[in-house]
Ligand binder design. Structure first.
Ligand SMILES: CC(C)(COP(=O)(O)OP(=O)(O)OC[C@H]1O[C@@H](n2cnc3c(N)ncnc32)[C@H](O)[C@@H]1OP(=O)(O)O)[C@@H](O)C(=O)NCCC(=O)NCCS
Length: 243
């Protein structure tokens, strides 16, 4: 019975953003790792700035070092977040059901408008959400967006010790050049097609819908929690009141 039910309804991880397929080897994934069926990745605007800050501040010191190239302190992370330019750059994010931003990517364009054909990619995934393919999916999402925006080359600065990031880049076809403790990966992008534009549009719409549903479910849960708390308070007061 349970087996049949699980086939129809794959197990849902409450802390994750998506549904997972049962583990059966997967496609290029580590053995025993669940592979996401669909990861809702949405673009983020300035109204998500506070959640972006919360996400980055939750990274441990070594992860901040890997992400920024130095162990950024809280003030530096806050300055980075405050300075994000949502008009010039593109930020993508993955939310879980509690509306925590569990993964995010920053696609930064050169400040020189003539260099609009080149973009830099940076990404972070919260420790608890790693190994689920989110980093790789964000890379693919950003590359698709860059391609559709007319970018021909995406690059990633990473520390040479950052084997996970370099693996993501290599897997997508990037060339990696190592220079001592630092490495730079370049990914050449094909020109946009009708198909690539359409795919991005559909994925963005699905992710926005997924986000709206999560907001409604969370509001409902919070309201229900409030009602239950008031009910239990009233019951306790009744129980303790003199007869
Ligand atoms: C790098 C980072 C974004 C990867 O996120 P993630 O969601 O765990 O990555 P994925 O699950 O997509 O894994 C990507 C690949 O690396 C592999 N991988 C995961 N963890 C690994 C590890 N510790 N060592 C080696 N390979 C690893 C995965 O198996 C996967 O390969 P596969 O597709 O062949 O199965 C995440 O570790 C992170 O936030 N690190 C701190 C910040 C950072 O380093 N940013 C990058 C610099 S800009």
């Amino acid at each position: 019975m349970t087996e049949t039910k699980e086939k129809v309804n794959p197990p849902f991880d409450r802390d994750s953003a998506t549904w997972f397929a049962p583990m059966e080897g997967g496609t290029g994934s580590s053995p025993g790792r669940a592979s996401p069926l669909m990861v809702p990745i949405r673009s983020l605007g300035a109204n998500h700035r506070a959640r972006i800050a919360r996400h980055l501040l939750a990274l441990e010191s070594h992860d901040r070092y890997l992400r920024f190239g130095f162990a950024a302190n809280d003030a530096q992370i806050q300055r980075y977040t405050d300075s994000l330019d949502f008009e010039r750059d593109d930020i993508f994010g993955i939310y879980n059901r509690r509306l925590d931003l569990i993964a995010m990517a920053h696609l930064a364009f050169d400040t020189d408008s003539k260099q609009r054909d080149c973009a830099e990619f940076g990404v972070s995934v919260l420790k608890a959400a790693r190994g689920r393919g989110y980093g790789g999916r964000l890379f693919d999402r950003a590359a698709m967006h860059a391609r559709n925006a007319g970018v021909s080359r995406m690059f990633i600065h990473a520390l040479s010790e950052n084997t996970t990031m370099l693996k993501i880049a290599r897997k997508a076809g990037a060339t990696v050049e190592r220079d001592g403790s630092e490495s730079e990966a370049h990914l050449l992008l094909l020109p946009a097609t009708l198909d690539s534009r359409w795919t991005e549009l559909v994925e963005e719409q699905l992710a926005q819908t997924d986000y709206r549903i999560k907001v409604h479910v969370k509001q409902f849960r919070d309201a229900l929690g409030g009602v239950m708390a008031r009910r239990s308070e009233a019951q306790n007061a009744q129980r303790n009141s003199p007869k």
